[in-house]
Write a protein that binds this ligand. Structure first.
Ligand code: BES
Ligand code: MN
Ligand code: ZN
Length: 495
């Protein structure tokens, strides 16, 4: 997606040459004057248009305008969610046409939602082509963001570009089928990222993983013909003395359940079981664009979970890198088994915070559906920062509990811990399992099983939670770095 920033009032928009001009109309938009304002007034008077969020009206060759198409779209009160609804509806209305470039005109009332508008446009125009190149023919590949002052929007525009690129990368890797997104493919993608300044990458194979004592991670992989990869990414934007944030992404490139085999229907969706890993790759892509003064480490334990003659069996006991032994009662609870060793590995970076991101439990989907990711945290400040980052970027999460009583069911007669408890509170007991490996640093866990992809006709990865991870990280940078050289007034009413 090509994004451009442009100073564009409604009056200037009338003479702006573009395939499609999309004008966002909030309830306060009546203040505008000129040709477009007159058209709006007439359309509203005749009852053809209202500024309710998502209401669209489309003209072809609108008289007096330089644009080939004009879309007026309502954005209601002009809140961030209204802007997202409006931009999505407008782009969808243009999809049937041969539109290659779209210009969004954001008036002063909604210009503060530039990042949201850009992301909504990018999401609505995204086309998966890796294994379906024919889909490319019908795509909008350029979006111009028109705002009252391009210079005032510069920092937000930089964030928009970075976030859009990061989400696109996460969606791309999430969507690729498992035979086109093996652990080795993910490692190659990470190495590509290392071509950016400040980013470096190291990939470990089975030998090194075994030498590190990652018996739990290696055990999940042992039934697969695809070799595992442990991917270590570094983003170095600050002095080496500055403690990094570590992001850990679950990278199960396909989850059959193993010997505790999953049922057939819908199993294809377990190609998305590496969306946590994809979100780490996407976040690094965005960091490479924004270059904040921060240190970030990305860890991705990547492997398949397969049945077979060499596969792990229910009842097997493995030894994790932490030294704790684990009784594997269900081979389908594999995410926690790969994450626990990555969480132990994270210790060596003396991190200021560790956040793992995982499509961990079906139970989290039952609890929170597809809107909010599950957030678990052992540190109040970290929890508050992630919740705020989610609200700011419209990539929501919800705090879940970590009471010790929830860990009761993880007791084992044959190992230090079992990998599953009974069915109740399944997302919480998974988090309690992980927590045993995170005693040395502030830790948060995002269960993205419900938010990382969509099923049904819109089946595909969402790129979440790249927006909130990025918002969280950018809020960690020294003040001078922040994409806000804006006044205190606009800063407080942002999004
Ligand atoms: N990757 C799945 C979780 C999942 C399932 C995400 C469905 C989204 C939709 C994970 O590895 C898994 O299989 N979890 C089990 C845990 C259970 C065996 C305790 C689950 O949720 O059923
Ligand atoms: Mn599983
Ligand atoms: Zn899984």
């Amino acid at each position: 997606m090509n994004l451009e920033l442009q100073t564009l009032s409604w009056a200037q928009a009338a003479s702006f040459k573009t395939d499609a001009l999309v004008v966002l109309v909030s309830k306060a938009a009546k203040l505008e004057t000129g040709l477009i304002a007159n058209m709006l007034a007439q359309a509203e008077k005749s009852g053809d248009f209202s500024s309710a969020a998502g209401q669209c009206m489309l003209w072809w060759k609108p008289p007096g305008l330089n644009a080939l198409r004009l879309v007026l779209v309502g954005v209601g009160e002009g809140r961030a969610t209204d802007v997202r609804t409006g931009v999505t509806a407008a782009i969808n209305a243009l999809k049937k046409s041969k539109t290659a470039s779209v210009t969004l005109c954001l008036s002063a009332q909604v210009a503060e939602h530039l990042v949201v508008a850009a992301q909504a446009a990018a999401d609505a125009t995204y086309v998966y082509t890796a294994t379906k190149p024919s889909a490319k023919a019908l795509s909008i590949d350029k979006v111009v963001l028109g705002v009252p002052s391009a210079s005032a929007a510069k920092a937000d525009f930089a964030l928009a570009q970075a976030q859009v690129a990061g989400v696109a990368l996460a969606r791309e890797w999430g969507n690729r089928p498992a035979n086109h997104a093996t652990p080795n493919h993910l490692a190659q993608a990470a190495k590509q990222l290392a071509k950016h300044a400040r980013v470096s990458c190291e990939v470990l194979g089975l030998k090194e993983v075994e030498r590190l004592g990652m018996g739990s991670f290696a055990a999940v992989s042992q039934g697969s013909a695809q070799p595992l990869r442990f991917i270590v990414l570094h983003y170095k934007g600050a002095a080496a003395t500055q403690a990094p944030v570590v992001l850990v992404g679950k990278g199960i490139t396909f989850d059959t359940g193993g010997i505790s085999l999953k049922p057939g229907p819908g199993m294809d969706e377990m190609k998305f079981d590496m969306c946590g890993a994809a979100s780490v790759l996407g976040t690094f892509e965005a960091l490479a664009h924004l270059k904040p003064s921060l240190n970030v480490v990305g860890l991705i334990p990547a492997c398949e979970n397969m049945p077979g003659g060499k596969a792990l069996k229910p009842g097997d006991v493995v030894t994790s890198m932490s030294g704790q032994t684990i009784e594997i009662l269900n081979t389908d609870a594999e995410g926690r088994l790969v994450l626990c060793d990555a969480l132990t590995y994270a210790k060596r970076f003396k991190p200021r915070a560790v956040i793992d991101i995982a499509t961990l439990t079906g139970a989290c989907v039952i609890a929170l559906g597809h809107l909010r990711s599950g957030l678990y945290a052992t540190d109040e400040a970290l929890a508050a920062q992630l919740l705020a980052a989610g609200e700011q970027s419209l990539d929501l999460c919800w705090r879940m509990p970590l009471d010790d009583e929830y860990a009761e069911g993880l007791k084992s007669n044959f190992a230090d811990v079992a990998n599953v408890a009974d069915r109740s509170a399944g997302s919480v007991t998974a988090a309690k399992f992980l927590q045993r490996f995170t005693k040395d640093y502030p830790w948060a866990h995002l269960d993205i099983a419900g938010s990382a992809w969509k099923s049904g006709a819109a089946k595909g990865a969402t790129g979440r939670p790249v927006p909130s991870l990025l918002a969280y990280l950018m809020a960690q940078t020294p003040l001078a770095d922040k994409p806000a050289k804006r006044s205190a007034k606009t800063a407080t009413k942002r999004r």
